[in-house]
Unconditional design. Structure first.
Length: 68
């Protein structure tokens, strides 16, 4: 009985660790890369300044990406 509890705890820990790793990879893939001013204007976006955030590109689809 005790061995079953230990194995269950180990399995739960491994599952949680796997989900965390998958979440981190998914979040990295979902974040948008930085673009340049030229790329922004070529894509039809508008470069704007935001307080404490620097310059961002406001694209026509409503997304904003940081300018490098």
């Amino acid at each position: 009985m005790r061995m079953r509890r230990i194995l269950g705890l180990a399995l739960a820990t491994a599952t949680l660790a796997g989900m965390s790793a998958v979440g981190a990879v998914g979040a990295e893939a979902a974040s948008s890369p930085n673009i340049t001013r030229d790329e922004c204007t070529a894509a039809g976006g508008q470069v704007t300044s935001q307080p404490y955030a620097g310059y961002v590109c406001a694209l026509p689809d409503g997304t904003k990406q940081p300018i490098t």
